[in-house]
Design a protein around this ligand. Structure first.
Ligand SMILES: C[S@@+](CC[C@H](N)C(=O)[O-])C[C@H]1O[C@@H](n2cnc3c(N)ncnc32)[C@H](O)[C@@H]1O
Length: 228
């Protein structure tokens, strides 16, 4: 078995998808690295990549440190304790954040824009609020370069790749993704079906007094119907 295949075994489907978007010669920070398995995989397969693995909690960083030692990668992965992108260093061109809520990701990126000056690529896999993530990150001067859905333990997650640049998107593109809408692969259609069921249920149980939210849900259901 090749080394790449062997190391790939460390990653779940979601982190494999995230890894597939990371350029081999980049200088990156993995915010909220937890176990640092993504970073161990990347450092093992790419000899030129520069990696900062950071987390805002000591517990995960201790686990990460043990994992990194196990693979003898202490001199390749720079572990740092810190909130959000605070541990970023000059020269970092890629930010990766996977496995936290979308609003947390937005907070991490939006309130320290001075640290984004040299950042060309932002790869995000949020657990929630994907529409807001697309909207807020494009407002920071990034466009959606690529996006892909991935199924992990029966939950469908997005992986979004932003690169520096300006582009405006429509409401339906922010909601369901400009590239996903164009590609319409089978997982996207499965995702749309589940969203349709979810929004229909919400509409059934949401009291009539929530006029605005009910209108939004109806509008979103129309967009889903149009794209199925
Ligand atoms: C569920 S884990 C995700 C681990 C890994 N990135 C993945 O996708 O499998 C989320 C990690 O983010 C860290 N975290 C949450 N908020 C953070 C913040 N503001 N700054 C840095 N790390 C944060 C948590 O401590 C936790 O280790």
């Amino acid at each position: 078995m090749s080394n790449t295949k062997k190391m790939e075994g460390l990653l779940n489907h979601r982190l494999k998808m995230v890894a597939s978007f990371i350029r081999k010669g980049c200088s990156m920070i993995d915010v909220g690295c937890d176990h640092a398995l993504l970073d161990i995989y990347l450092a093992s397969i790419y000899k030129d990549i520069k990696i900062i693995a950071s987390d805002n909690k000591k517990g995960p960083l201790e686990g990460a440190s043990q994992n990194i030692k196990k693979y003898h990668l202490e001199d390749r992965i720079h572990l740092k304790l810190g909130n959000g992108i605070e541990p970023i260093e000059e020269g970092v061109d890629t930010i990766v954040i996977s496995g936290m809520g979308g609003l947390n990701m937005i907070g991490i990126l939006k309130y320290q824009t001075e640290l984004l000056l040299n950042v060309q690529t932002i790869i995000l896999s949020p657990n929630s609020d994907t529409e807001k993530v697309r909207k807020e990150i494009t407002r920071l001067g990034y466009k959606i370069e690529n996006e892909q859905l991935v199924k992990e333990k029966n939950i469908i997650y997005p992986v979004l790749v932003f690169t520096k640049g300006k582009r405006h998107y429509s409401r339906q593109e922010y909601l369901f993704g400009p590239i996903l809408l164009e590609r319409k692969d089978s997982l996207f259609l499965e995702y749309m079906e589940s969203q349709k069921a979810l929004k229909k249920k919400l509409l059934e149980i949401l009291p009539k007094k929530y006029i605005q939210r009910r209108m939004e849900l109806k509008r979103e259901l129309k967009i889903i119907e149009k794209n199925l």
